[in-house]
Design a protein around this ligand. Sequence first.
Ligand SMILES: Nc1ncnc2c1ncn2[C@@H]1O[C@H](COP(=O)(O)OP(=O)(O)OP(=O)(O)O)[C@@H](O)[C@H]1O
Ligand SMILES: [Mg+2]
Length: 300
Amino acid sequence: MYLYHFGLRELPFTLTPNTHFFLGLEPHNEALAVLITALQTGEGFIKVIGEVGTGKTLLCRKLLNEIPKHFVTAYIPNPYLKPDELRRAVALELGVRQAQRMSVQLLTQRIQQKLIDLHKEGRSVVLILDEAQALPEESLEALRLFTNLETETRKLLQVVLFAQPELDERLSQTNFRQLRQRITFSYKLRAMTSIEVERYIEHRLQIAGYKGAALFNSRLCKKISKATQGIPRLVNILCHKMLMLTYGQGHFQINTSHLKAAIKDTEDTQLPLIDLRWVFTGIILITLFIGAYLYWDFRG
Ligand SMILES: Nc1ncnc2c1ncn2[C@@H]1O[C@H](COP(=O)(O)OP(=O)(O)OP(=O)(O)O)[C@@H](O)[C@H]1O
Ligand SMILES: [Mg+2]
C-alpha cells in the first residue's frame, strides 16, 4: 500500500467512522451541542437527520464518548427490530438480567423498575438508535410508549434517533403525528462546503501522520467537493483512490487526471462540470473585444 510512499502511519481515508479522525466541522459541532443541550433539558425525543455518508454514525459514537457522566446510555446500532426484540435489546443494554426469557409484560415492568432505580441514583437514561429510518412502524410506536414513562418532573427515558431523510418522510404520515409531536429537538446535518472539504482532507492526512507539502491543492479540493457534493464518505473514497493511483505511478503530486480516474471508478460521484459563469464571462469579453475592434476599424 501507499503508507510508506507518502510517509503515513495509517490509512487516512478509511470508511470506518473512527472518532480518532473526527474533525469538528460546523454541522457536526452544532449537532453535538444541540444533542447535549436537549438531553440536559430532559425532553423525550431528539432526532438527527442526514443524507447517506454525512457522518451520523461517527456523531453517534462521538456522543457516546462525550455525553456527561450522569447519563446512562443504551446504544442500538441496527434497529431493524420488532417491538419485542427492541424491548429485549433495550433491557440488555440497561443490564436487566435474564431479559431473553421473560414475558413481554414482565420485561416492560423490569425495564420500568430499572429506569426508576437509575433515576433515584441521579442518573438519566438515553436510548440512542442509529439507522432509525429502518425501524418498523410498530417499533416506532413502542419507542413512543417507552417515553411515556416519567416522574412528575421528568422523563425516565430519552431517545435520540439518527436517521436518513426517509425517516422524515415516514413521520410525515398522519399515523405518526403523536410521535412527531414528541420530537422536541431535531437537527439536519448538511454536507461540507468546499472550504470544509479542503480542511477535512488536510485534517485526515495530518491525523494519519502526513508531514509533507500539501498533497491535494486548493483547486483540486474544490473539484473533489463538486464531484462528491461535500459528502464525507465519498470524499474518503475518492481521496483513497487518488492516493493509490499516484502511488502506482510512483509520483507524489496528485492531479486532476487522478481525480478523473477515481470518479470514473466510483458510484455517486460525477465529473465537475465546467463553471458556466466563466463561459459566459468569456463570451461577453470576446464579443466586446470584437465589437471594439470592428468599431475602430470602421472609424479608421
Ligand atoms: N466530521 C468528520 N470528521 C472526520 N471524519 C468524518 C466526519 N464526518 C464524517 N466523517 C467520515 O465520513 C465517513 C462516513 O461517515 P458515517 O459512516 O458516520 O456516515 P453515516 O451518515 O452514518 O452514513 P450512512 O447513512 O450510510 O449510515 C466515515 O469514514 C467518517 O469517519
Ligand atoms: Mg451510519
